[in-house]
Write a protein that binds this ligand. Structure first.
Ligand code: ADP
Ligand code: MG
Length: 228
């Protein structure tokens, strides 16, 4: 429990920092990006075309980090509305399917009937996308990702599972900690964002993992009265 409190405290701090400096850092970055693109089109910089491309990619990477940072921001506007979660999943399914196809993976959706859930659609979309992205990244070719909704003991569950390499027990308590990553090019912010989003929905998020893969479970409260 202490660990959980510490994680939430650090999430709040990260969120505040993100909110205050994120925008200020982005503006000069987009100016620089604009110049780099301009140089790319100039004949006298033809020799540097590739280097300029790398510079733009790196700027975009930094920008992604800021975007994820900003979505940790505490005071971002946020609306819980009684929503059909299955419809939300169906909306983003084509996007996920296209990614699966591109990466040589498979995707399955098993949606059992569930009641309306109090949720912020944009945030839940992002949560699902972050979990699915991690799932794809954890699998060798031809893996399977499954998105499910179902009821369990009167709770509404959203589950994202994969047939990937699993999460070693010794790092399971680090999940959701900002900047924790085991990937060479990881930001370590995807799960932090998920944990934050779950927290804002008063939902519990947990991971179960073994040699056959990983499942992330989001348990939404069945109590419709939610105060932030
Ligand atoms: P990133 O994807 O940038 O590394 P995340 O916060 O999304 O950052 O994930 C943090 C770490 O959690 C990953 O680096 C990985 O070690 C682990 N992880 C998350 N999801 C999975 C998964 N489905 N299977 C295996 N490991 C995972
Ligand atoms: Mg990730």
């Amino acid at each position: 429990l202490d660990e959980e409190l510490a994680r939430y405290a650090s999430l709040n701090l990260v969120g505040e920092i993100a909110a205050s400096i994120g925008h200020e850092v982005r503006n000069p970055m987009s100016t620089v990006r604009g110049y780099l693109q301009l140089f790319q089109r100039k004949k006298q910089f033809a020799d540097y075309h590739e280097d300029l491309g790398i510079m733009i990619e790196e700027l975009d990477r930094a920008n992604t980090i800021i975007t994820e940072f900003l979505s940790l921001a505490k005071n971002k506007s946020f609306d819980l509305i009684a929503t059909d979660l299955q419809a939300v999943i169906n909306t983003i399914f084509p996007l996920i399917q296209a990614d699966a196809f591109r990466l040589g993976h498979n995707i399955q959706v098993k949606l059992e009937p569930i009641p309306l859930v109090m949720l912020d659609e944009r945030e839940i979309r992002q949560l699902i996308l972050n979990l699915v992205r991690n799932a794809f990244e954890a699998m060798e070719q031809n893996g399977m990702v499954c998105i499910k909704t179902y009821m369990c003991k009167n709770e509404t569950i959203l589950e994202v599972s994969d047939t990937g390499k699993g999460i070693p027990p010794e790092i399971q308590n680090k999940l959701g900690t900002p900047f924790f990553t085991t990937k060479e090019n990881g930001t370590g912010l995807g799960l932090a964002v998920c944990y934050r989003i779950a927290q804002r929905h008063n939902a519990a998020i947990s991971a179960m993992s073994g040699k056959t893969g990983t499942s992330f479970l989001i348990k939404f409260p069945n109590n419709m009265k939610i105060d932030e």
